[in-house]
Design a protein around this ligand. Structure first.
Ligand code: NAP
Length: 245
């Protein structure tokens, strides 16, 4: 997929929501989607970071983005309902949803894994994408061909010692992707896939591997061909796939 070249107007007139849009891979995906013509809904918990991405998008003569602050740790069903209503009201439909936000949690043996950390991580990495997807399905169904992308990890496809809740949460994300894809394949034109970005130069990677030289890693921009392919109509018939960047 490194060889995929997206048309400059691939996402023209589309509305795309990116979670965790203030930093790392989500930030780059938001900028890239805007660059290709999308109105991007920037969702995240740190408003200052979202505002910075908003300003960057405004300098590239892309459609004006929408900032939607939300802390996925505490967001309620009602918060997601409001999000869905706002999107339908302001945009009429949702063409793309990139579930990108996640937390890493401690890397520690299961025997010593703090129960509260496990619960918090599952809330952000698994329960939040479920609640959000559920609430946004009417807006996704209003689009002619919507794309939902989940963000996985290599440890969500093969378990790894000490990666605890993070690894288990990414297995859950893969399972959710498959269930949703299978369900929607019969009844709608919404496609659902997952991406394992692979080792990428971000704050999360730095936290997981503090001793690693970040410049030996690919940057978020190197992942964008796949992120564009799955979001744009070139992947119209692709669903239920677990892809690797
Ligand atoms: P990152 O740099 O840590 O960025 C994560 C983003 O998620 C940040 O914008 C963060 O907001 C946001 N976020 C975290 N908790 C949130 C919450 N409670 N509510 C709302 N937003 C929240 O991570 P990344 O490396 O870009 O990771 C992006 C995705 O790729 C994740 O799903 C990760 O698991 C996956 N992944 C990454 C790698 C890698 O090597 N980087 C490898 C495999 C998979 P703040 O900026 O406000 O903290």
């Amino acid at each position: 997929m490194e060889n995929y070249t997206a048309a400059p107007d691939l996402l023209k007139a589309k509305t795309i929501l990116v979670t965790g849009a203030g930093d790392g891979i989500g930030r780059t995906a938001a900028l890239t989607y805007a660059q290709h013509g999308a109105t991007v809904i920037l969702l995240g918990r740190t408003v200052a970071k979202l505002e910075k991405v908003y300003d960057e998008i405004m300098t590239i003569s892309a459609p004006e983005p929408i900032i939607h602050p939300l802390d996925l740790q505490n967001a309620s069903d009602e918060d997601y309902r409001i999000l869905g209503d706002n999107i339908l009201e302001q945009c009429g439909q949702l063409d793309g949803l990139l579930h990108n936000a996640a937390i890493l949690g401690p890397r520690t043996p299961i025997q010593f894994y703090p129960v509260d950390s496990w619960m918090q991580l599952m809330q952000v990495n698994v329960n939040a994408p479920f609640m959000m997807t559920r609430a946004l399905l009417p807006a996704l169904q209003a689009a002619p061909e919507a794309s939902v992308i989940f963000t996985s990890s290599s440890v969500g496809r093969k378990g790894r010692a000490y990666w605890g809740a993070y690894s288990v949460s990414k297995f859950a994300v893969e399972g959710f992707m498959q269930v949703l894809s299978d369900e929607l394949r019969q009844t709608s034109s919404i496609r659902v896939n997952s991406i394992d970005p692979g080792a990428t130069r971000t704050a999360m990677r730095k936290a997981a591997y503090p001793a690693e030289d970040p410049y030996t890693l690919k940057g978020p921009e190197d992942l964008m061909p796949l992120y564009l392919y799955l979001m744009g109509s070139d992947s119209k018939s692709v669903t239920g796939q677990a892809l690797t960047a």
